[in-house]
Unconditional design. Structure first.
Length: 337
């Protein structure tokens, strides 16, 4: 018996030691790794888009290149003097999706292929890539939908699927939208925004925000920020948080980017408020937000499921709305128990 105790003691000690090591490994925090077509894609890693020269040299590649051309020079093909159709306002897709949708924190296309089709609260339905492209044409380009099975739509989809081909399904890389700014403790102020606009934006967009046309007036070099040729009031960019984030990490154009922003958070919010306060096209989308409780904090059109005004939903302060919603959610959870 003494011999057996002596022989089994090292084994028992080893089992205990192994259990401690495994326990620490399993309980330790670790970074999620999602496999992509290229290399492991670490959680929260910035997206690196494929290079244009990687587009294949075949008929599929031709379609992808046409899709990219439609993003870069939308107005040439689909604008008021478009050579294919006349269904948009003269802006180009890349006015809002910079560098053909390849720049992080500038509405890139990094997560389109990986997340669509998907359900969206605004429409209350599962949206395809085709539906989403037409939604942009209707809202941001204040135009008309194109044939979902036509050559232009097939080209758009081909480009969007190609540009996001290395992002795993269901994954949304960091930088896929515009970047979130902390809410101000006050409402964003259009009057303060005028000063920011004059100092930083006039050189490209003009004093009246009407943008700058190219030589033959077929497209904008710098897009209009308000007025008849700008995005309408149902576009995503009319959301103050979206617009302020885009401005913060990308403007002034050619000077700022997400690594080197030029404006303070306050200035970004205020100049966004000034832009949003100007007149622009209004288009009705009666199917939007059937569930009004799902409207974003900064959705500027009622009715709402909370007591706050349209003005506060447009300009803020938003923290009060956020806390009210969080309190309501917490109360609902308690009542369910």
């Amino acid at each position: 018996m003494k011999y057996l105790r002596t022989a089994w003691f090292p084994v028992l000690l080893g089992v205990v030691f192994l259990g401690i090591v495994l326990g620490r490994f399993l309980l330790a925090p670790h970074k999620t790794i999602v496999q992509s077509a290229r290399d492991p894609f670490p959680e929260n890693e910035l997206w690196t888009p494929p290079r244009e020269e990687e587009i294949p040299s075949d008929s599929v590649g031709d379609l992808i290149r046409y899709g990219r051309e439609l993003v870069v020079n939308t107005s040439r093909y689909l604008g008021p003097r478009g050579i294919v159709n006349t269904v948009s306002n003269g802006m180009n897709c890349q006015n809002c999706h910079l560098d053909a949708g390849t720049r992080n924190f500038a509405n890139p296309f990094s997560a389109v292929a990986s997340t669509y089709p998907k359900y969206r609260e605004r429409s209350g339905r599962v949206e395809s890539i085709e539906f989403r492209v037409n939604d942009c044409l209707l809202r941001s380009l204040n135009g008309q939908a194109i044939d979902s099975a036509g050559p232009e739509m097939r080209a758009y989809v081909a480009y969007l699927e190609w540009i996001g081909k290395d992002v795993p399904k269901g994954f949304k890389p960091r930088g896929a939208a515009t970047g979130d700014l902390p809410f101000l403790a006050r409402a964003a102020d259009p009057a303060r925004g005028v000063r920011v606009f004059t100092a930083n934006c006039v050189r490209c967009h003009g004093e009246n925000g009407s943008g700058l046309y190219n030589n033959d007036s077929t497209a904008f070099i710098y897009p209009p920020l308000w007025g008849d040729h700008s995005f309408n009031a149902m576009a995503g960019m009319y959301s103050l948080s979206r617009l302020a984030g885009f401005i913060k990490f990308n403007m002034p154009f050619g000077i700022a980017d997400w690594k080197n922003p030029q404006l303070s958070d306050e200035d970004a919010w205020d100049v966004a408020a000034y832009v949003a306060s100007q007149n622009r096209p209004v288009k009705s989308f009666p199917g939007d937000w059937k569930n009004i409780s799902k409207k974003p904090l900064d959705y500027p059109f009622g009715p709402y499921a909370d007591p706050f005004s349209e003005r506060q939903h447009k300009y803020g302060p938003f923290e009060e709305i956020k806390k009210s919603r969080e309190k309501e959610m917490a109360e609902k959870k308690v009542n369910k128990k």
